[in-house]
Design a protein around this ligand. Structure first.
Ligand code: GAP
Length: 437
């Protein structure tokens, strides 16, 4: 992980938030390369889940919602973690993660193990961030920063179904920020207090939910494989009765083997009619689906797929990171799937003369006109320029050399195979576009 964190900072993927003030705990800022990577992960998700299907609609609901939403959803009463505090060193831990935790005092020992340390009784701590709506800070104006995007899809279930003229089964997809006041955030961007989710709620007829659950679990696994994540690094973990969230009948996590162990990457949940029924009850509005064909009326069940976008970006980084030796020289390379790579192509003039920079700039303009994110680098030896792009995960480097002025061809060097191909200058855009799929 240290190597990944260092690469992320060195190359501008991720910076610590408010670093010049000493940092804000477990909030991270995505730099020029990171913001592209995270956006590419979200776009790949959106393209598969929304654009490629007839039966899923997109939505972008507000982060702030009516506070009753969170009473209905069970988050006010039940979205808690057990908190343990040491009366001596004042450190706090999640009681259910205590085996992996350490006391901040030296020598480092288990929490409560120092002679004068004393752990209090675990108490339940609500993870929702509270704020106030409007100019008066009073109980009546308390609102919450949403801890999941899902509720926005539930309260808009009929709006979306009716305006998009969808029939059950169909889904609502959202990508957006969520906030949780985690007791023990950590492991870089793995667990943070502010994060982005890509969630899809699939509304189905009760009785067909188990079948749809299997379908969506399979689809989500295939998606992770499809963006290049090694299948042997992914596994499933079914929640036992003590792990299930308050809304779930069944839940299976798709886990990834991080450097710090197997951890959840995405959850697939059978939420039954829990959320829609509770919103009916708390709002007094009917959230019934009436099938236009059969006239059947029912509150749909929901199968949810829920992934953290930053977490998926971390998986992409960890999975792609390689250290290799090339022609006797060490290189660090991010073997990212080209669709996820922040920069798709880097253009280099071999020399800063003989018209090479001008041709390189012309090619760069062509790539940008074709909306292919591309970079330009004329500083240092060609080997150093390759290394810089290897670390950024750029799949192709295009070099303009003396031969280019003679026959208008360039070399394209592949990040992974290191193979170099001579391609006509006018064909570079098409060549790259073909490989981006
Ligand atoms: N709507 C259901 C839901 O939110 P979850 O399992 O609590 O389910 C879904 O969260 C996903 O969101 C997780 O699998 C994880 O990828 C991501 N996630 C959850 N908490 C996170 C945190 N504190 N930091 C980063 N990502 C988080």
């Amino acid at each position: 992980m240290e190597k990944i964190v260092s690469l992320c900072k060195r190359r501008g993927f991720v910076f610590q938030s408010s670093e010049i003030y000493g940092g804000a705990a477990s909030v991270w800022d995505y730099g020029p390369l990171g913001v592209e990577l995270r956006k590419n992960v979200a776009d790949a998700w959106w393209s598969t889940m929304v654009h490629a299907r007839d039966d899923i609609e997109g939505l972008d609901a507000g982060i702030l919602m009516h506070p009753r939403v969170w009473e209905a959803s069970g988050h006010v009463s039940g979205f808690t973690d057990p908190l343990l505090e040491c009366k001596t060193c004042k450190k706090r831990w999640r009681a259910d993660h205590i085996e992996d935790a350490g006391c901040p005092r030296k020598p480092s020992v288990a929490p409560g193990a120092h002679k004068d340390c004393e752990l209090g009784e675990p108490r339940l701590f609500n993870l929702m961030f509270k704020t106030f709506m409007g100019p008066v800070e009073e109980d009546a104006s308390v609102v919450y920063l949403r801890p999941e995007t899902a509720q926005g899809s539930y309260v808009n279930f009929l709006n979306v179904q009716q305006t998009a003229r969808q029939r059950v089964p169909f889904g609502i997809a959202q990508v957006g920020k969520a906030f949780r006041n985690e007791i023990t955030p950590g492991n870089f961007i793995f667990r943070t207090r502010e994060f982005e989710q890509a969630e899809m709620q699939f509304f189905v007829k009760p009785g067909s939910d188990d079948e749809w659950f299997d379908y969506w679990l399979d689809q989500r696994l295939k998606w992770h494989h499809g963006i290049g994540i090694r299948p042997e690094k992914l596994r499933q973990h079914a929640h036992g009765p003590n792990e299930l969230a308050h809304y779930a009948k069944t839940a299976i996590d798709i886990e990834y083997e991080f450097p710090f162990g197997w951890q959840e990457l995405e959850g697939v949940h059978n939420r039954t009619d829990f959320d829609l029924s509770r919103h009916q009850e708390y709002s007094g509005k009917r959230l019934l689906y009436i099938d236009p064909g059969s006239g059947e009326r029912f509150v749909p069940y929901v199968v949810e797929t829920a992934m953290g976008v930053g977490r998926a970006a971390l998986v992409a980084l960890v999975d792609a990171y390689r250290e290799e030796e090339v022609e006797g020289q060490a290189r660090v390379v991010l073997g990212l799937d080209p669709r996820l790579a922040p920069i798709k192509a880097a253009v280099f003039p071999l020399m800063k003369k003989f018209g090479q920079p001008e041709i390189a700039r012309e090619l760069l303009k062509g790539l940008r006109t074709a909306r292919i994110p591309a970079g330009y680098d004329q500083a240092g030896s060609i080997g150093r320029r390759y290394r810089r792009q290897d670390e950024a995960g750029t799949p192709w480097c295009v070099t303009i050399d003396r031969q280019t002025s003679e026959d208008r061809t360039v070399t394209i060097r592949d990040r992974d195979t290191l193979a170099q191909e001579r391609v006509g200058l006018d064909h570079v855009v098409g060549w790259i576009r073909e490989r981006l799929g």
